[in-house]
Design a protein around this ligand. Structure first.
Ligand code: NDP
Length: 283
């Protein structure tokens, strides 16, 4: 018999209107003929508790939580996945029989995207930034076997704290380096990541204060910024003979991981990639 009851997933954030994830997820579900919906919800901080109760009451499969709920959501969870525990923030919740498990798929999306062009194991990485994205990427790279991570950040205190956390909680050697003008990328780096918000549209002319002549040919240079996909940072890296990894890959792979956690199904990455490009008005 036909069922008119769809599986429900979605996102709780504020401001939700700028979040293109719904376009990626709905395209991915439709292409696999899954009767699952993704609903983008505007949820104010003081309404998070009601939204969580609502999702449980309506039998949602799970939801994403974006800014400003990534830490506030912790109090409603029954369990935390190991990497979410280390990161201290959750962007994906899986609901099974009313039980809420928190995951952090930001860093997993990054590592999955990276694996398509290189091996995270043994990388000697420089990460610019020490916010939520940098934290998720640093932890996930460490869990994937990175040999060494150097955190470079504008604010000293935040950078030092992240480096100390990764160094003490994982097997990876992690240290902090102050962001001096015209920062020189260490010679032995195999992976360099912009995990700051520098270069995001409409501030796409901005880029990192780094000596681009110190990019090493053949190394992987990544950006978390998905729009525009080829930021000035990535353009400079490509000109220097590096392999660019855009923020689009991280976003699409994160959505793939989320769908797998909620439905057990692997969606079509190419379909989701095209949906994201359409949503962002990219060619
Ligand atoms: P946070 O606000 O937590 O952190 C921002 C980071 O950028 C901090 O390290 C901050 O440094 C640094 N920063 C901001 N402005 C400057 C500047 N002018 N010069 C130097 N450093 C600067 O943000 P998130 O970590 O959550 O997000 C960072 C970016 O990652 C955003 O653009 C976000 O959209 C993107 N993102 C992309 C994802 C994807 O799937 N592609 C997933 C998640 C995030 P300081 O500590 O000194 O303030």
């Amino acid at each position: 018999m036909t069922s008119f009851l769809s599986g429900l997933t979605g996102s709780f954030s504020q401001s939700a209107a700028e979040n293109p994830t719904v376009a990626i997820m709905e395209a991915g579900y439709a292409a696999r003929n899954l009767d699952v919906r993704y609903i983008n919800c505007e949820v104010a901080p003081e309404k998070l508790s009601d939204a969580v109760s609502g999702a449980i009451a309506m039998g949602w499969l799970g939801f994403n939580c974006s800014l400003p709920h990534k830490e506030a959501i912790l109090q409603y969870l029954d369990e935390l996945a190991p990497s979410a525990k280390l990161i201290g923030a959750v962007n994906t919740v899986v609901i099974t029989e009313g039980r809420l498990v928190g995951e952090n798929t930001d860093g997993q999306g990054f590592v999955e995207a990276l694996k398509k062009i290189g091996d995270p194991q043994g990388t000697r990485t420089v990460i610019f930034g020490a916010g939520g994205a940098a934290r998720a990427i640093a932890i996930e790279l460490a869990l994937a076997g990175a040999q060494k991570i150097t955190i470079v950040n504008r604010s000293l205190e935040r950078g030092e704290k992240l480096a100390q956390h990764v160094d003490s909680q994982t097997e990876t050697d992690c240290s902090f380096a102050p962001w001096t003008p015209g920062f020189v990328i260490p010679d032995d780096s195999t992976l360099v990541v912009n995990a700051t918000s520098l270069g995001f549209y409409p501030h796409h002319e901005e880029t990192l204060d780094v000596d681009f002549s110190t990019f090493r040919e053949g190394s992987i240079v990544a950006d978390v910024v998905p729009n525009p996909p080829m930021t000035r940072w990535l353009q400079a890296a490509e000109e220097a003979g590096c392999i660019p990894l855009t923020g689009i890959g991280m976003l699409v792979n994160q959505a793939l991981v989320n769908a797998r956690l909620w439905t057990g199904e692997t969606l079509d990455a190419a379909v989701m990639h095209r949906a994201l490009n359409n949503a962002l008005g990219l060619p």
